[in-house]
Design a binder for this molecule. Structure first.
Ligand SMILES: [Zn+2]
Length: 279
């Protein structure tokens, strides 16, 4: 998954701000550092701030899931690593031939647990038939999209924590509030497995989700059935990798990071290969 590549890219980059923040003994700085505080290397301040924001967002009600459900999705994302069924499926030629029950906390429906665990542990072998099966069993397409956005947020934070030897941050406390349950009416099936908002149609509920971009790669539209998920993904991507408007400009990035753009792409490509990213 590209997000893992981006998370790992974050490991390689330091800057003066992060170094100064790591040395800052003020109580204010200490109170802010609930995440990566046991890291033995400095973490860039913008990355730290965005990952704190990821955690806050997970703890709030989303568009379709409640705050408690979103935190439960985050918990299942972590639990999937220790799931015996997922381990056996991953080692099998066909994950669909292995029966059993996931290791789960009992806070989500079995179909939501299945979605979280498969996306977390075996993303390279997801199929349209599998996704359609989730829908047939009662998981809506919009719930599925928002679920993915929570999973990738947790994977980004946890991958960085594990990579730098920090303890995993405790899951956020669910906040009060209700899901808004609003779907952009212009989202439609357009060659992908799920409805998406077309470039140039980011209006209404989806206002501004593509920013100034004239062309939006499909990966940038993938979560657009839930506009807030797209907004969150773009913010995370901008600090973990590059602003999406700069991705197709080969010269961009050299001035933003300690690594050059070719170095960034070389590492990202290698990590994508390890993760069997078919995109
Ligand atoms: Zn599992």
């Amino acid at each position: 998954m590209a997000v893992l590549a981006m998370a790992l890219l974050g490991l390689t980059v330091t800057d003066m701000h992060a170094a100064e923040a790591a040395k800052d003994p003020s109580p204010q700085a200490a109170a802010k550092s609930k995440i990566y505080e046991s890291a033995t290397v400095p973490v860039r301040e913008d990355l730290l701030a965005e990952h704190r924001a990821v955690w806050r967002r997970i703890g709030r009600a989303g568009t379709w899931w409640t705050a408690a459900e979103r935190v439960a999705i985050a918990g299942e994302t972590r639990r999937a690593r220790d799931c015996e069924l997922c381990r056996r499926r991953k080692g099998s030629d066909s994950p669909y031939a292995i029966p059993g029950e996931h290791l789960h906390a009992g806070k989500l429906s079995p179909i939501a647990v299945e979605a979280v665990h498969r996306i977390t542990t075996d993303p390279a072998r997801l199929t349209q038939t599998w996704v359609e099966g989730l829908m047939a069993d009662g998981l809506s397409d919009a719930h599925y999209v928002e679920l993915i956005s929570v999973v990738v947020g947790v994977l980004a934070v946890d991958s960085l924590a594990l990579g730098i030897g920090a303890t995993l941050p405790p899951l956020p406390e669910p906040q009060s509030g209700a899901p808004t349950r609003q779907r952009p009416p212009q989202a439609r099936l357009d060659g992908a497995w799920l409805p998406m908002v077309a470039a140039g149609e980011d209006t209404g509920l989806a206002a501004g989700i593509y920013g100034e971009a004239k062309r939006v790669p499909n990966v940038g539209r993938a979560l657009s059935l839930v506009p807030d998920a797209t907004r969150a993904w773009r913010r995370m991507m901008a600090v973990q990798y590059l602003p999406i408007t700069d991705v197709l400009r080969a010269h961009k990035g050299n001035d933003l990071r300690a690594l050059s753009r070719p170095q960034i792409e070389l590492i990202a490509g290698r990590v994508s290969k390890y993760n069997e990213c078919f995109y």
